[in-house]
Structures are given as C-alpha cells and as structure tokens.
Ligand binder design. Sequence first.
Ligand SMILES: [Fe+2]
Ligand SMILES: [Fe+2]
Length: 315
Amino acid sequence: MMMTRGGNRLVSSMFKVGPRYLSTATTWTLINENVRCKSTLALGDKEQEEKQAVGGGPTKNEKGINSYWGLEPTKVTKEGGAEWKWTCFRPWEAYKADLSIDLKKHHAPVTLLDKMAYWTVKTLRWPTDLLFQRRYGCRAMMLETVAAVPGMVGGMLLHCKSLRRFEHSGGWIKALLEEAENERMHLMTFMEVAKPRWYERALVFAVQGVFFNAYFLGYIISPKFAHRMVGYLEEEAIHSYTEFIKELDNGSIENVRAPAIAIDYWRLSPDSTLRDVVMVVRADEAHHRDVNHFASDIHYQGRQLREAPAPLGYH
Ligand SMILES: [Fe+2]
Ligand SMILES: [Fe+2]
C-alpha cells in the first residue's frame, strides 16, 4: 500500500468510485471531495440509498472530516480480504445466531411482582397492536427503539454501582451493554426495510423520554422487577417475530433480499432473505429473554448479579 501525505489529504491503496479515485483506508480524512460509501441497501431504494451514510462515512453532499490529531481509521478487511465497509460494527463483533434456542420457554408469573411485570407488558402490547396492526416491519423497527434502552440503563447503573462500591460486576455490565448494542443493531437492520412516518418518529421521542426515565427509576427501586419485565418483553418480541414470519410465509409481506448490514452482522449467506433475518433476530430475543429472567431469578434468590457469572460471548 502506498501512503503519501499531501496537505490535508491521505492516499493509500486506491480504488475507483465513479469518476474519482478514493482511498479505501482514509475515506474519512479526504476533504474537498464529495465522497460516499457504497450502498448498504439490498432493496434498490435509490431515495433511501441517497440518505444513508452507510457505515458512518460521509454522504454524497458532505465533506469528509479533516483532523490533524493523527487518528486514522483502521483499515479492516473481511476474511477473504474484501473491504469491510461498516464502522458501526467490526468483523469480530459479527456472529452466527443460535437458531436452536427454545422459543417456547416461558416464565410463569407466580409472585405479585412477577404478575405486575407480566401484566405491565401485556398492557403495553394493546396500544402497540392497535397502532401497527399487521405492519410487522414498522412494528419491529419501532419496538427495537424501546428494546435497546433497558440494557443500556441496567449496564450504566451497574457500572456506577461498581465504581461506588469498589467491586467487580461479574461481567454483567458488559452483558447488558452487549444486549443494548445487539438491540440497536436490530434497529439498524429494520431501518433498511421500513420507513417510519413522521408521527412515528415523534412517538419514538416521547416514548424514549418516558420509558428511559421509568426504567431507570424502576431498576433503582427493584432490579428484580426490571429484569423480569424485560424477560416478558422479550417473550412478546418472540411472538411478534413469529407473526412476522407467518406474514412472510403467506405472502402478505414481500420476502425481499436481506439488507447487506444483516448479512455481515449475522454472517448470513449472500442470498439470504428478510425471513432469514427475522429468524436470527427472533433467536436473539430468545437469548435476551433467558438472560433477563435469569438476572431476575438471581435477585429472587437474595443474591447480587455479580455473584453469578454473566452469560457472555453470545454476541
Ligand atoms: Fe430486538
Ligand atoms: Fe431483545
């Protein structure tokens, strides 16, 4: 690879994009060039394609970021040597979902707290059904904006607790943050197959404002309840994705090609479809269900999460 530095411009191994030669390794550092990354979209939606700054690179009409700090983006390649085009996740964060996971497992609510958690989730499902009905793509996308909150809040609170008490976390901070990141990747995936309407975007703002704070308070008061509620939320997510698959199978929803981001994140075959993506997302939800019910069970036994090693390494 040739590396020369000329003014604010770096040039390394070159490849051609349209009429212009660009650097694979230093796209961010190019200035005064209207640079964009290749499309991530598998759906051929040109309008959406134009709006996407895939993998965090600059969009068509944006300038690259100039920096004199010497922090250059690392060039990452796939196993076969092809360029890795995502900056939002790296090859070592990609994984194969465990499709053998039991989707039918259910924690029967016995205690009052469990019943409260169960009925809270069941009650929340009613307005969701009313709003989205059978628009499962949009429903999935909107629900992922909520699903990615608990892991981040729980992980953050455990992080602060670890600092306050000078104690280890048992790996639970990482496990919960991984869950949040995984849920966010579900959102990044579904964004490619569904477009939120303006009032749905407004709804996400409102729901996030309420839900973040409610879950934050709930986790402080009773992590036992908070994790149980997420466990039931994940059970509902499994149900929703099963319905999604049924709609794909009976042709009500077109089984389009899988978004490129999903193919790389879940290490799917290049000819995968939306159905394959929903299958792996559903397996992820089943894993989140188990982790959160387990976390609640630990609290039920009067123990702290750090006393039971966190289930790591799935994602
Ligand atoms: Fe999810
Ligand atoms: Fe989940």
